[in-house]
Ligand binder design. Structure first.
Ligand code: SF4
Length: 450
């Protein structure tokens, strides 16, 4: 029997996120804006009325992945006339990329500075061709945007946007704009809200968190902010990334070493070990200064884990320069490192530099670097075998759902068996076996920390 009830279909969306944690956090805000506008999350690309690609422009490989995906989406879209495709993130800020995007059936291109405009831009889009709604420069930081956070005990919190450093290989200052810090009261209010919702760990995010506070009306630096966040009851752990080595001050080292909720882990990318290359990269420190800094961190932050990024095969890197990078790797004994082959990025200073290296040379050096770094990481992890460490239980492992995962204060990933009731708790875990990228452990009886 007909009831007279009309079924109103709600539009659905799916977000594909590429790149760094900043983009992951932006995608949470994009999801919040869409849900506030009446969208629901789709379970697959085929079912989505709206596909949002939140892109990364840091390396050509990331860009190529997006173009590949757009080709696939174009086929799906041809069978689903309702579908709209919107593209945001760093690629949207690059004028030379936009022409190609138009040809791939993108309905809307929106930028990194005006995410809050997404709902109104979507309404205007889809009638003729590609609508470009991109701001070239950032405006004021927009607070109180809705978001849909990834569920879990750990959350990202932006403390600043943009970067003023202009490292010669990096596109970020061009696509994310100059540094803008959020007011401390807004950051603290957001973290308090998260804690009320059950979050136990926050990672304070920025391209260079150490320069937090510059340009704000309030007198505050990053160490002061850590001190304030450390006072929030119910929060167990505070992490932060990324730190430009040049801006890690003795005051910050002292704060990380003395504030009980701040974890003993500093991600301080050195990028290279040759002073010639560091200068060409415009990094603002020498290899000697970096090594001194790591010594100061080890002295001031007991048990600190120091991790880094490396770019191998920068223009002009000779075998001698690469050998100096290997020296730094061995001397500092990084706990972990992200290693990359230099990728020529249009629009950066390094793009036009002479002496670009062949892919073969770059790949061969990357393999050598990884071999040494992985060996060092394994050795360091082995020092934890038979020890008991504090772990914040995050939830079932993605690779082995029968096990739980969590991290040590030093950011090492641990897998162990535990009931789901332990999620969100700090527990003791005995380390049974060390691997290069994680630790396998077991939970001793009656060893909860809360
Ligand atoms: S510090 Fe350098 S590498 Fe990091 S975002 Fe800024 S310009 Fe890029």
């Amino acid at each position: 029997m007909m009831t007279g009830i009309v079924r109103v279909e709600t539009p659905t969306y799916i977000i594909l996120t590429y790149g760094c944690q900043m983009n992951e956090r932006d995608s949470e805000i994009i999801a919040g804006l869409l849900e506030e506008s009446g969208y629901h999350e789709a379970s697959s690309l085929e079912e989505a009325d709206l596909v949002v690609l939140n892109t990364c422009g840091v390396r050509h490989t990331a860009e190529n992945k997006v173009f590949g995906k757009l080709g696939q989406i174009k086929v799906i879209k041809s069978k689903n006339p309702r579908m709209k495709v919107a593209l945001g993130g760093c690629m949207a800020q690059l004028p030379e990329v936009r022409g190609r995007l138009r040809k791939l059936g993108v309905d809307l291109i929106f930028g990194t500075h005006n995410i809050h405009e997404l709902p109104s831009l979507l309404e205007k889009s889809g009638t003729k061709g590609t609508l470009v709604g991109v701001w070239d420069k950032p405006g004021e930081v927009v607070e109180n945007l809705p978001d849909r956070r990834a569920p879990g005990v750990s959350s990202f919190v932006n403390i600043m946007y943009g970067c003023n450093n202009y490292c010669s290989y990096c596109i970020v200052p061009y696509v994310r704009g100059n540094e803008r810090s959020r007011a401390s009261e807004d950051i603290l209010a957001e973290i308090r809200r998260l804690v009320e919702e059950g979050v136990r760990e926050v990672t304070l995010l920025g391209q260079n968190v150490n320069s937090y506070g510059r340009g704000l009306a309030e007198e505050i630096d990053f160490a002061d902010l850590l001190t304030m966040v450390n006072r929030i009851d119910g929060l167990y752990r505070i992490r932060f990334m990324t730190s430009h080595p040049r801006d890690i001050t003795p005051k910050l080292i002292n704060a990380v070493g003395s504030l009980e909720r701040v974890c003993e882990h500093v991600h301080a990318p050195v990028q290279a070990g040759s002073n010639k290359i560091l200068q060409l990269m415009n990094r603002g420190y020498s290899a000697e200064q970096y090594i001194e800094l790591t010594e100061a961190m080890r002295a001031g932050i007991p048990g600190v884990a120091i991790t880094s990024d490396f770019i191998v095969g920068f223009p002009g890197e000779e075998e001698e320069d690469f050998a100096q990078t290997m020296e730094v790797v061995k001397k500092v004994e990084f706990d972990a490192a992200f290693t990359f082959i230099y990728s020529q990025r249009t629009g950066t200073k390094a793009f036009t530099m002479e002496n670009q290296l062949s892919r073969t040379v770059k790949t061969e050096r990357l393999i050598r670097l990884n071999e040494v770094q992985y060996k060092l990481a394994l050795e360091k992890n082995r020092r934890l075998e038979s020890k008991v460490v504090e772990v914040l239980v995050e939830g079932p492992s993605k690779t082995n759902p029968a096990k739980m995962t969590g991290r040590t204060r030093c950011n090492r990933l641990v897998m162990f068996e535990a009931p789901s009731s332990e999620v969100g708790k700090l527990i003791h875990v005995h380390i049974d076996e060390a691997k290069t990228f994680n630790l396998l452990g077991s939970v001793p009886e009656g060893n909860n920390l809360q």
